[in-house]
Ligand binder design. Structure first.
Ligand SMILES: Nc1ncnc2c1ncn2[C@@H]1O[C@H](COP(=O)(O)OP(=O)(O)OP(=O)(O)O)[C@@H](O)[C@H]1O
Length: 589
């Protein structure tokens, strides 16, 4: 069994695909439930050469579990370059998630390094194998927090033979307008609030008017008339159908034309031609009627109209947003047109919501969302619109939530995603971070105000060194030099505004560095801003001045928790300022 199906020259299988139903027992068989397996043998190989093998005689009660040497070697192997697949060593509790049914939406809550990303990517590959035709048509989407992360994971699915998977950030998914402005964090947070969905829905419904005049149309030979009463019925009936607004407009138009058609049939005793029907649907009186009771709308126009006009906003937001909140949303100097508007990232989310009210978006068959704890309710809804008829795999860790609107309860996120019944499954075995480093980072947990199951690290090697230094820059250069004596990657993580200085100092000392989004870089050292390091890992991590990382943003302690859990082998924490209070007890000073 292995990564791909391999046959010999006669077509006989030599290697079975790890995803084939028959492979399931390889991952799941245990002494308690051998599933017909007498011996499980794992091979280790390096550069095409078999280097080891390891047997478990399940029939004799032997089971290695996480003490497997091959698993240990795999976990401890130095990290270089992009993320790798874990086909050889998927653990039973991970396998259960990977092989969950396509119809099942699941949410995985796991501490740093418990394999959430790995599980999500292997699940995508598994589902594509089992439902290839269906998912090729509908599509599979992976959503990640930023480009650096997406390039880090980009090679995993192709290595498993899957190349037709879209990978995007939420911002890329909803990029109907270009983002050209930033706004106060409080305003952005308000725009990400789920109440905005109701405001927009009301704003759209508020566009639908009541017919006050009849329609009179002449086709050259006759004059046709539709009275107010039937027009009223058409609008009401269509409104009740709850279609996207744009579809509703087409439906009203078609119904009006159909009434004209019936009158024509009654008078002439034959059906009017298609050309006649087309002409009627586009004639001035019909279009004027439509523009009066069901005007054409664009998502940009709707949002622009709301934020430019306090009366319009009040009509949609009364009872939902306070006067002060409404005032926050109104632009001081609105652009004259939607096109001239300098949209913010939060506006883009609202425009996407508006788009969903006006038209039906095409969805994916399955969506994997990584680092999902950072999605706002409105972003969850944007994903829900793209997975309405599909399923989702939601991956995250409430303790790593750094966005102002970060989730504190998975059930709420799942409700916004339209999958309220999805199960929430914990992963608690850590494959990345050494136990000593986990213990140090866990000192932060009580201050993070989240309820998450603690994780146990499989790695008892590794080192932690927390040091007060006289000068951060020279200490960082010395630490990086020392780290380069070991195998593997080195990640220097600092507050965003310290990154350029550290890069320059390392360059001056003759140490070339890469940026986080360049996974193919030849340099072994990467200097990463704290806000971009989520989901990434390095063998040796140097964290520079934790207090500055915490001070840089409102949820700085959560950010520091992410930063401290990136190390695969060794973590050095260098500081001049005092360590943030929750860490002081754990410091080796
Ligand atoms: N069963 C496994 N066998 C070998 N390695 C594994 C296994 N599961 C996870 N790993 C490795 O552990 C590391 C952490 O995995 P991953 O990045 O998926 O964790 P995560 O839970 O997404 O972490 P974070 O919360 O920090 O984003 C990766 O290097 C991954 O390859």
């Amino acid at each position: 069994m292995g990564r791909r199906h391999v046959t010999d020259e006669r077509g006989e299988p030599l290697v079975l695909d790890w995803r084939a139903p028959v492979s399931r027992s390889f991952y799941r068989a245990s002494v308690r439930d051998p599933q017909g397996v007498a011996v499980r043998r794992r091979f280790g190989f390096s550069n095409g050469v078999l280097t080891s093998f390891e047997d478990e005689r399940l029939d004799r009660g032997e089971e290695l579990g996480t003490t497997s040497r091959i698993l240990t070697a795999e976990i401890e192997r130095p990290r270089v370059g992009p993320m790798r697949d874990i086909v050889a060593t998927i653990q039973p509790e991970q396998d259960e998630l990977v092989r969950a049914d396509l119809a099942d939406s699941i949410c995985v809550q796991g501490a740093p390094g418990t394999g959430k990303t790995a599980v999500g990517l292997h699940r995508a590959a598994y589902l594509l194998y089992l439902h290839r035709e269906r998912l090729r048509r509908a599509g599979v989407l992976i959503v990640g927090p930023n480009r650096a992360f997406l390039s880090y994971i980009a090679a995993v699915l192709p290595a498993l033979g899957e190349v037709e998977v879209e990978q995007a950030t939420v911002e890329e998914l909803i990029s109907r307008v270009a983002v050209r402005a930033v706004e106060a964090p409080a305003v952005a947070t308000l725009k990400h609030d789920v109440r905005m969905a109701s405001v927009l829905r009301r704003a759209v419904q508020g566009q639908i008017g009541t017919p006050t005049d009849s329609i009179t149309v002449s086709d050259g030979s006759f004059r046709w008339r539709i009275g107010v009463e039937p027009l009223h019925r058409i609008v009401e009936e269509t409104r009740r159908e709850g279609l996207p607004y744009g579809t509703g407009r087409e439906r009203v138009q078609a119904r009006v034309v159909s009434l004209l058609q019936r009158q024509a049939e009654a008078r002439r005793a034959e059906s009017p031609s298609d050309a006649w029907l087309r002409r009627m649907s586009r004639c001035r009186p019909v279009l004027d009627f439509l523009d009066a009771v069901w005007p054409a709308l664009t998502p940009e126009g709707l949002v622009h109209g709301l934020f430019s006009d306090p009366t319009r906003l009040a009509a949609a937001a009364d009872g939902l947003l306070s006067d002060a909140e409404q005032a926050q949303l109104i632009w001081a100097k609105p652009a004259r047109t939607p096109k001239a508007t300098r949209w913010t990232a939060a506006d883009a989310v609202l425009i996407d919501e508006a788009t969903g009210l006006l038209e039906r978006l095409s969805g994916f068959g399955h969506v994997v969302v990584d680092e999902a704890q950072d999605l706002s309710p409105m972003q969850c809804r944007a994903i829900a619109r793209r997975s309405e008829h599909g399923s989702v795999t939601l991956l995250g860790d409430l303790a790593q939530g750094t966005a102002p609107w970060a989730a504190t309860d998975w059930r709420e996120s799942l409700a916004h995603l339209g999958k309220p019944d999805a199960v929430v499954v914990p992963l608690t075995v850590g494959f990345r971070v050494p136990a000593a480093v986990v213990a140090f980072a866990n000192l932060l947990l009580p201050a993070l105000a989240v309820d998450v199951p603690p994780a146990e690290s499989l790695r008892h090697d590794g080192g932690l060194d927390v040091r007060t230094v006289a000068d951060l820059t020279s200490a960082t250069v010395a630490e990086v030099r020392a780290a380069l004596a070991h195998d593997g990657s080195v990640g220097v993580i600092a507050a965003d505004d310290a990154v350029d200085g550290l890069r320059a100092a390392l360059a001056e000392a003759g140490v070339e560095t890469a940026t986080a989004d360049d996974v193919a870089a030849a340099e072994r050292v990467t200097v990463v801003p704290a806000t971009l390091v989520k989901g990434l890992e390095y063998d040796h991590v140097v964290v520079v001045e934790p207090a500055a990382i915490v001070a840089a943003e409102p949820r700085g302690l959560h950010r520091l928790y992410v930063v401290l859990t990136r190390a695969v082998s060794r973590l050095a924490v260098l500081h001049v300022a005092a360590l943030p209070a929750p860490l002081v007890d754990g410091s080796a000073d």
